[in-house]
Design a protein around this ligand. Structure first.
Ligand code: G4P
Length: 534
């Protein structure tokens, strides 16, 4: 077992976060820029291997060896040296959010200590950013806001601050303020030092943009009226009490704000510094009884995501676990809290796409990929020496519902087994009712992509192809069994039991829900974790 001091030191220098954003706000570009600025790679464009960009997975594996970056499809880990010379270990967890969301996206947010909310300067707050934000708020995850694409015409900075305050109720406390309007990004006023940080473009934004720190006494000569405007606006913010406050940031009532152009690599250093200086490190985890397991306690972790090998070369299941306390050494024999059985970790891996590499040691805040993990489910706890059990990951409010039917009657057994397995893994939620019977369970999902995954796996893995018939519901609420009968009789409402025993009433629209509440004041309905806008 490791020395608790080592564990505390390792935990203290880790920052585990995710970027929450609407598609196209620049999450991939920012991720590349962060890694570039952390000096882990020399040119941007190497991570995601998007068309036209340079790299491939194998380059990654090379890079991984050469520079000590470890990559999984779920987490990207790289070191960052602060101006003060301290080395931080950054764990950037991927929230796989394209147009389609899934519960996986939300589960990732159970494994982070902070989040970066990335906003497109021209678009402001967008629906999927808001959905992810709700989950962060529910979990009390501190949020750093980044206004991106400031190099392109966009909205006024003060207007964006008003929107954040009005729409999500977080008080924006800008740490930097743009010099030059959106579309004319000259640099930023560092509101903590008063300096002007001037950025210089490099060819195609491919390398870290040089930045110059200019004393305020010279800033006007360099940036002219743009500087004067930035100073005036910053003073307005100060008068309005919008200065950074660590306490309200950590208790999730304020959000520090930074301005960037991820594509030009402007403002990215400032974000890394803010993560290193202000974002919270792993600080242990509360167990089911609410007791804190400190980061330097013996090893413990919880599984936040299980991914089945969709590709036939790797038909196994990988469980991703976040380390909460202690040190992980590959080969350790852990205990699986929900069964009490030993779990052997000789297959711990970092995974990127189809490539995998072995992971030997991990500390609080790190993510480990456990292969051959058929027994592990999202929310499961693994521990060593001293028993602990973490609370289950909440299931998020589904917004899509489809009846699943096996299309091959001879595969009835496989159908049941497959649906049960997908339910346990959390691929979809499975709902049943007497009315519909066991043959045709209803699958519920946060995003329709979950149905595609379920359907694919039913065919490929369980040889039990299914047809899915969408149901016209969009909102779910937990209801009490004694209200079920009344609810089930109403139009555009149906009542189901989830496999964990929870009763869900589903409604066609949120207006229908509101209507039902108004007309039936005695009925008791409770929200699930708000994954969405409903
Ligand atoms: P996502 O992962 O959030 O979906 O966004 P992604 O990084 O793919 O960025 C979406 C588009 O926005 C990309 O353009 C990207 O280059 C551009 N972008 C990201 N950050 C900035 C920025 O700070 N300034 C400007 N001007 N553009 C930015 P694309 O045309 O879709 O792709 P590409 O061909 O440029 O890669």
């Amino acid at each position: 077992m490791s020395n608790p001091t080592d564990v505390s030191n390792e935990a203290r220098r880790r920052r585990t976060f995710a970027v929450i954003s609407h598609p196209d706000a620049g999450k991939s570009t920012l991720t590349e820029a962060l890694v570039l600025h952390a000096k882990a790679i020399t040119e941007a464009g190497a991570i995601h291997g998007k068309s036209g960009r340079r790299s491939t997975v194998s380059d990654w594996m090379e890079m991984e060896k050469a520079r000590g970056i470890s990559i999984t499809s779920t987490a990207l880990q790289f070191p960052y040296t602060t101006n003060a010379g301290d080395i931080c270990i950054i764990n950037l967890l991927d929230t796989p959010g394209h147009a389609d969301f899934s519960e996986d996206t939300y589960r990732v947010l159970t494994a982070v200590d902070s989040a970066v909310m990335l906003i497109d300067a021209a678009k402001g707050l967008e629906p999927q950013t808001l959905k992810l934000f709700q989950v962060c708020r529910h979990r009390r995850i501190p949020i750093i806001t980044v206004i991106n694409k400031w190099d392109r015409p966009g909205r006024h900075a003060l207007e964006l601050m008003d929107e954040i305050q009005a729409e999500i109720g977080l008080r924006p406390t800008p740490l930097t303020w743009p010099v030059g309007i959106a579309g004319d990004f000259k640099g930023v006023l560092d509101r903590r030092t008063g300096n002007f940080i001037r950025f210089t473009r490099t060819a195609g934004g491919a390398t870290a943009a040089p930045e110059e720190h200019i004393d305020p006494s010279r800033a006007h000569d360099v940036a002219g009226v743009d500087w004067d405007t930035a100073v005036e606006e910053s003073e307005l913010l100060e008068a309005d009490g919008a200065d950074f406050d660590p306490e309200t940031f950590l208790n999730c009532t304020s959000t520090p704000v930074l301005f960037t152009s991820a594509a030009l690599n402007f403002g990215v250093n400032q974000l890394l510094d803010v993560l290193a200086q202000l974002a919270p490190p792993p600080a242990g985890q509360r167990d089911v009884d609410g007791n804190l397991r400190e980061a330097d306690a013996p090893f413990s972790a919880f599984v936040f995501k299980v991914q089945a090998g969709m590709d036939s070369a790797h038909r196994d299941r990988i469980a991703y676990a976040r380390v909460c306390s202690g040190t992980f050494e590959r080969g350790d024999v852990l205990t699986h809290a929900s069964t009490g059985k030993p779990f052997v970790t000789k297959y711990a891996q970092s995974v990127f796409g189809r490539e995998r590499s072995t992971l030997d040691t991990a500390w609080p805040g790190d993510v480990i990929g456990l292969a051959n993990a058929a027994a592990l489910r999202p929310g499961d706890t693994l521990y060593q020496d001293v028993a602990v059990k973490y609370p289950p990951i909440p299931s998020f409010s589904p917004e899509h519902f489809s009846v699943a039917r096996g299309t091959d009657p001879s595969k009835h057994k496989q159908f049941r087994k497959g649906i049960e397995q997908l339910d346990q893994e959390g691929v979809v939620q499975v709902l049943k009712s007497d009315r519909r019977g066991d043959q045709a369970p209803v699958l519920a999902a946060v995003g329709p992509m979950q149905f595609e995954v379920a359907s694919h796996r039913m065919t490929a893995e369980f040889s039990a192809p299914i047809s899915l018939e969408p149901l016209p519901y969009t909102v779910a609420r937990i209801c009490d069994p004694e209200d079920a009968e009344v609810l089930a009789k109403l139009a555009s409402v149906e009542v189901f039991t989830r496999t964990d025993g929870v009763m869900l009433a589903v409604f066609s629209t949120k207006w229908r829900l509101e209507n039902v509440i108004r007309e039936n004041p005695d009925i008791h309905l409770r929200s699930l974790v708000a994954a969405g806008s409903n």
